[in-house]
Write a protein that binds this ligand. Structure first.
Ligand code: CAA
Length: 381
């Protein structure tokens, strides 16, 4: 059965995210971007609204919402402030999901509950200075010392790096086994031996908190192993399948936000005696933007729906992430163009959305990585 209607609950969640974004996030979003300020007060409010662990099971203090609701909420938040959206998506998709899916009951009680309720934030530590797209080439070592792991190495580009109190660390334990020797460990951020690099001064998503994280003889108790020994790479890959739905939703929101601003502007701005939307050059741009966004929306919702149905969604989420990120870049660039000189200054928001869009083509797997995943799936059909 093909049904494009949302449930009452899904629409309520969408409305709640829209209200908060349009009423509160918008107020100081330009200042946060300019000064690269973490949105501390907004994170508190978004926690109270239930967005930090929205998909986790209520028995672990989560919101128990479905992935479709998650997409709807992230789109609304990203229309205004995608830095706030990525804080939410990392905590939900990469940390809460991973703990709920692969953790023991004790681990869920201890680590998932504070994250799903939003009392604490989490971060996912996979990328390294020399292992980004090529994620099996992990150099961070977690040596098995009997009752604990001894961790040494560096992780890079970590979203929520400073604000998180719980890290999911992907590291190599049995080097000779390659990806089958990689483990996923739950790490308390206050463990002795952890230091952080400076806040990364990024092109976009400037108010999200990105750091490199150094591990020097950090002891991680054996009971913090997630899944089985050697399961870390598969756990990371499975987690990223869902993470990419979150980034697709974020890219969709950035594109929709820029499109709405461009549409409004083109109905108000006059040139050559008429509103610029009446010029075919602008009308065609808007039609192309709208059409690409609708396609991105269907891809993203379909991958969310597949996940909610318990069906395979890895290829669908790669397609959604690929198309939504490319669309965000395309649409934001056109939105700046439609605004002309006004598009190039901060006040009109579209230049910020354009800078933010760029990151959606890079993190949680570049566009090129998504094409690898899609190509491999086609080969195996
Ligand atoms: N689920 C489960 N297992 C999977 C899997 C999946 N989706 N994808 C691969 N695997 C398994 C494979 O089956 C294989 O296991 P076996 O040998 O037992 O069969 C193993 O993992 C290795 O797979 P590949 O041979 O396919 O590995 P590869 O080296 O060719 O790489 C890749 C595959 C898809 C390119 C992967 O390296 C990848 O996704 N790279 C991108 C990493 C990425 O997205 N990084 C983003 C960082 S996180 C981030 O940005 C967060 C943030 O802060 C916002």
């Amino acid at each position: 059965m093909l049904n494009f209607d949302f449930t009452e609950e899904q629409l309520m969640i969408q409305q709640s995210a829209r209200d908060y974004a349009q009423r509160e996030l918008i107020k100081d979003v330009i200042e946060r971007d300019t000064k690269a300020l973490f949105p501390t007060e907004h994170v508190k409010a978004l926690t109270e609204l239930g967005f930090m662990g929205m998909m986790a099971d209520p028995k672990y203090d989560g919101g128990g919402m479905d992935t479709v609701s998650y997409v709807l909420a992230l789109e609304e938040i990203s229309k205004v402030d995608s830095s706030a959206a990525v804080i939410i998506s990392v905590n939900n998709s990469l940390v809460c999901y991973e703990l709920e899916e692969f953790g023991t009951e004790e681990q869920k009680e201890k680590w998932l509950k504070p994250l799903a309720s939003g009392k604490k934030l989490g971060a996912f530590l996979l990328s390294e200075p020399e292992a980004g797209s090529d994620a099996t080439s992990q150099r961070t070592m977690a040596l098995d010392m009997g009752d604990h792991y001894l961790v040494n190495g560096v992780k890079n580009w970590i979203t929520n790096g400073n604000c998180a109190s719980t890290y999911i660390l992907i590291a190599q334990t049995h080097k000779e086994k390659g990806h089958k020797g990689i483990n996923a460990l739950i790490v308390d951020r206050n463990s002795p031996g952890i230091t952080l690099g400076p806040h990364e001064d990024k092109m976009g998503m400037r108010s999200s908190d990105t750091h490199s994280i150094m591990f020097s003889d950090v002891k991680v108790p054996k009971e913090n192993l997630l899944g089985g020994d050697g399961m870390g790479f598969k756990i990371a890959m499975k987690t990223l399948e869902g993470g990419r739905i979150g980034i697709a939703a974020q890219a969709l929101g950035i594109a929709q936000g820029a499109y709405e601003r461009a549409l409004k502007y083109s109905k108000e701005r006059k040139a050559f005696g008429t509103e610029i939307i009446n010029h075919q050059a602008i009308g065609f741009k808007l039609a192309e933007m709208h059409t690409r966004i609708e396609a991105a929306r269907y891809f993203t919702l379909k991958s969310a729906w597949l996940k909610d149905q318990g069906r395979p969604y890895g290829t669908a989420s790669a397609m959604a992430k690929y198309w939504a990120a490319e669309t965000a870049m395309y649409v934001t660039t056109e939105a700046v163009q439609i605004h002309g000189g006004y598009g190039y200054v901060k006040e009109y928001h579209v230049e910020r959305l354009m800078r933010d869009a760029k990151l959606t083509q890079i993190y949680e797997g570049t566009s090129e990585i998504q094409l690898i995943i899609i190509a491999r799936a086609i080969m195996n059909e």
